[in-house]
Design a protein around this ligand. Structure first.
Ligand SMILES: [Zn+2]
Length: 514
């Protein structure tokens, strides 16, 4: 039973996006890149019934024409999707996707389309506009009433509480209420040690998961290792990890005129933090890593969100801003003493070089963690610091490559590892019989060049010297519903154009007035 999804767009006519699910869907002739580390294999036909994978059948050999007699048969009322020669992957999981803040002026239908256009079928939201807002969208997405990835709601610790949480009992009570509301987990930003300890242990007891951005205000007494021991299941970004690795100090070497409320101070000094930690492969570095591994702890590095720190010009000039970045988002990114993350008040060579070194030390830890069997996931944290929803997720894949991951390890990080970290690996994360029909289909081989996954595609020079674009996700399939990824992007562009027309707005670089 095919149905059309009707969802109002800003100033646009109602639009149909997404076909299915079908009583039977056969996706024909793909090269399968499964999320489990297996090498590519094809041609394969995949049979889906409603939203479940029923059969994964090898139907031939490379360079040999396929014998139709040996292929799965289409039943009456079924749908065939010819994907001959295309690459099919499990739906991507973005482990750090804020649905869009008010300050950014990014509404959910804009954000969701950008995610879906980049193959993201599941998002963990690590706090957003409030529990009710997120849980409502989660339910609508679960019923496929809206064009949106599956949403896992990790509510900000303390959110909705009338008074500050000051005792372990209050912490436990909040944790209970959060679970009762239907949240999937908690996002922490740090708190007093006894509060963190009580909340994490109680949450774990209830069987819920957790994420923490260890903000600098609390890391001196409670770093990543403390959290992991108390039951935190994943750390976000990197803060709190160098602190766990300190061996010749107990607090970061802050300049004496530092002010945490000064965004340049925060980000500039953060760029000097990894080199204050134990050296890679030293005894202390190994001991911290091994303890985190023993605790089955997940790293969700979100490398991309700091990229402007090491190359501001790259981040602000990426080609997709012109067509896909909303004016309100562009304004939010501009240097400001107020907006979070808009820290380049005076950002130059010295800061960028320090951050490049910071990245090397950070990436060394993350890559070795993966090599020793640790779980590393893919998260974007878009909507800040020139990182655009969807596009930034693909950039994150590229940065995992830079960190030393094999492309197959990257795909596993983006799929099965995310599913495991969410406790959902029985239903999503790989193309397996019995799992949900969440797929990414792309015409090019993403292992050879991850850039083919960007909505703007990758650049290719043809045999006859013509410059063309190839790739961009072709279909994003969620719960057996087929979305035309390029049509979703067109809708995003129309939203952006409408906003620009309304405001007579043009994207200009910082400090340029015409
Ligand atoms: Zn975040």
């Amino acid at each position: 039973m095919a149905f059309l999804l009707m969802w109002g767009l800003n100033g646009l006519a109602q639009s149909a996006a997404g076909d299915g699910p079908y009583s039977q869907l056969i996706i024909r002739g793909v090269m399968l890149i499964n999320g489990n580390g297996a090498p590519p294999q094809g041609p394969i036909d995949i049979v889906v019934e409603n939203n479940l994978i029923k059969k994964i059948q090898v139907v031939g050999y490379p360079g040999v024409s396929i014998d139709d007699a040996n292929r799965p048969k289409l039943k009456a009322g079924g749908k065939e999707l010819d994907c001959t020669g295309m690459y099919l992957l499990p739906g991507f999981i973005d482990m750090h996707g804020h649905i869009g803040g008010k300050a950014q002026g990014a509404d959910p239908d804009y954000v969701f389309r950008l995610w879906m256009a980049h193959g993201i079928t599941t998002v963990r939201e690590p706090s957003g506009r409030g529990a009710d807002f997120t849980l409502d969208l989660k339910q609508k997405s679960a019923r496929n009433e809206i064009v949106a990835p599956r949403i896992m709601a990790y509510i900000g610790f303390g959110e909705g509480s009338d008074t500050p949480i000051t005792t372990p009992d209050m912490a436990r009570e909040w944790v209970h209420n959060n679970a009762k509301k239907g949240a999937d987990g908690i996002k922490f930003f740090g708190a007093e040690p006894e509060i963190m300890d009580a909340a994490l242990r109680e949450n774990k007891k209830l069987g819920l998961r957790s994420a923490c951005h260890h903000a600098q205000l609390n890391v001196a007494r409670w770093n990543v290792l403390h959290s992991a021991r108390a039951g935190l299941t994943s750390m976000e970004h990197w803060y709190g990890l160098p602190e766990a690795l300190f061996e010749d100090r107990t607090v970061q070497d802050y300049p004496l005129d530092y002010n945490y409320n000064n965004e340049q101070h925060r980000f500039e000094e953060a760029g000097r933090l990894w080199k204050q930690a134990a050296a890679p492969y030293s005894d202390h570095w190994n001991a911290v890593m091994d303890e985190l591994l023993a605790l089955d702890f997940t790293l969700d590095p979100t490398f991309n969100i700091y990229e402007a720190s090491r190359d501001l010009q790259r981040a602000r000039r990426v080609e997709w801003h012109e067509e896909y970045t909303l004016p309100s988002l562009w304004e939010f990114y501009q240097p400001s003493k107020i907006s979070h993350g808009s820290y380049w008040h005076d950002w130059g060579t010295e800061q960028e070089v320090a951050w490049k070194e910071n990245y090397k030390l950070w990436m060394t830890f993350v890559n070795e963690y993966k090599n020793r069997g640790g779980r590393v996931t893919t998260g974007s944290d878009s909507g800040f610091i020139f990182q655009l929803y969807g596009f930034a997720y693909i950039r994150e894949l590229e940065l995992l490559r830079e960190a030393g991951f094999h492309p197959l390890e990257i795909i596993r990080s983006a799929t099965l590892n995310g599913a495991e970290a969410l406790g959902m690996d029985k239903t999503i994360g790989s193309v397996t019989v019995g799992k949900l029909a969440d797929f990414v289909v792309v015409e090019e081989n993403p292992l050879k060049n991850l850039k083919v996954l960007y909505g703007t595609g990758a650049i290719r020079l043809t045999e006859d010297n013509q410059v063309v674009r190839v790739g961009g996700v072709k279909y994003t399939i969620k719960d057996g519903i087929i979305y035309d990824a390029k049509a979703l992007l067109k809708e995003v562009k129309a939203m952006v154009d409408a906003e620009k027309n309304k405001q007579d707005y043009k994207i200009l670089q910082p400090g340029i007035k015409h």
